[in-house]
Ligand binder design. Structure first.
Ligand SMILES: NC(=O)c1ccc[n+]([C@@H]2O[C@H](COP(=O)([O-])OP(=O)(O)OC[C@H]3O[C@@H](n4cnc5c(N)ncnc54)[C@H](O)[C@@H]3O)[C@@H](O)[C@H]2O)c1
Length: 312
């Protein structure tokens, strides 16, 4: 059993990870300002939940000093790319300065055994093959750049402290408790309202969708296994699906035809055609295997109401 501090645990990925680690018997503490997250997604005692903004350096240092966690899992960030593009300074401040505040506080606390940083596939440049961790980075947007800077800060932190540090590049997550209008929840939301002709943007791009329960198992296994140095791992499913294939999965699960209309307002001008993870490094290191198929995951989303706090 570990004392674990998770930032951003009321969010989409964080809430499933929180519940996974809680079921394993760990003692969990959370920092979240609830800007995107929802406290109802987790069950936690008030004295273990800190409603705080990671930009507040002094408060963050005080919380970490008081909690004395053994592991810190840092997920809190602004990550919805259209929001980041429209609010570049706010997003950078949270993703860069916020991360620095967490790492600086971890430097001071004497309890920290391991740190985990949620990075993203958005640190990679455009490529039509599967991404390997050793390949070049080259973010296309402010979000990817802010996360790549977070990775550099983790390197600096590890060099200064020697504390084992895991950088995990998440690919496209799907599952319950979505907080942002990404592709799958955008489809889910429209179908929930009863319509069967849905409006979407670009249809051709392919994405590597990984279920949040599989992600949680991977983070858990990485945290248990990783005990020296600093390293980067891709976390995806290793399979890509086009937008049309995702809609087909909804159609199979509903057993109804779904018609797609391209909405020019949703079409992104700059778009990667592929985003596929090579996950052999993670699998070889941990023995982890993704289990949830796209159809199984989508089946559980049908009819589930969504609660987006912000739109673009
Ligand atoms: N969802 C994905 O597909 C995906 C892909 C790649 C990387 N990631 C990364 O995974 C992590 C979790 O993403 P998610 O999809 O769960 O997003 P999310 O928006 O649902 O969760 C982020 C959480 O951080 C909190 N937060 C935001 N700003 C904060 C601040 N200033 N102070 C304190 N808390 C703050 C939010 O309230 C929310 O609970 C993020 O770091 C994100 O960049 C997600």
């Amino acid at each position: 059993m570990k004392r674990i501090l998770i930032t951003g645990a009321t969010g989409f990925i964080g809430s499933t990870l929180f519940n996974h680690l809680k079921n394993k018997g760990h003692e969990l503490f959370v920092i979240d300002n609830l800007s995107f997250g929802n406290k109802n997604y987790i069950t936690i005692n008030d004295d273990m939940f800190f409603e705080e903004d990671i930009r507040n350096k002094a408060s963050i240092a005080k919380i970490i000093q008081n909690v004395q966690p053994q592991w810190v899992i840092h997920l809190a960030a602004i990550h919805f790319i259209p929001y980041c593009n429209q609010h570049p300074f706010e997003s950078s401040e949270i993703n860069i300065n916020g991360t620095k505040n967490i790492l600086d506080a971890c430097k001071e606390a004497k309890s920290i055994e391991k740190v985990f940083f949620a990075s993203t596939a958005a640190v990679y440049p455009i490529l039509n093959d599967a991404y390997v961790e050793e390949g070049a980075t080259g973010p296309l947007d402010i979000y990817g750049l802010s996360k790549l800077t977070g990775e550099y800060l983790c390197n600096e932190f590890h060099l200064a402290t020697g504390i084992p540090t895991v950088i995990c590049r998440f690919f496209n997550a799907f599952g319950p408790n979505e907080t942002n209008p990404h592709l799958i929840p955008a489809i889910q939301d429209q179908l929930n309202s009863g319509i069967r002709t849905i409006k979407l943007g670009n249809l051709e791009p392919k994405r590597d969708f990984i279920h949040t329960t599989d992600m949680s198992a991977a983070v858990d296994m990485l945290m248990n296994k990783f005990d020296k140095g600093i390293d980067v791992f891709n976390l995806g499913r290793g399979i890509e699906y086009s937008v049309v294939e995702i809609v087909d999965a909804f159609s199979r699960q509903l057993n109804e035809e779904i018609i797609i209309e391209v909405d020019p307002l949703r079409v992104r001008k700059t778009e990667r055609m592929h985003l596929l993870a090579d996950i052999s490094k993670l699998k070889n290191f941990t023995g982890w295997e993704p289990k949830v198929s796209i159809d199984e995951g989508i089946k559980t989303l049908i009819g589930q109401q969504l609660d987006f706090k912000m739109s673009v």
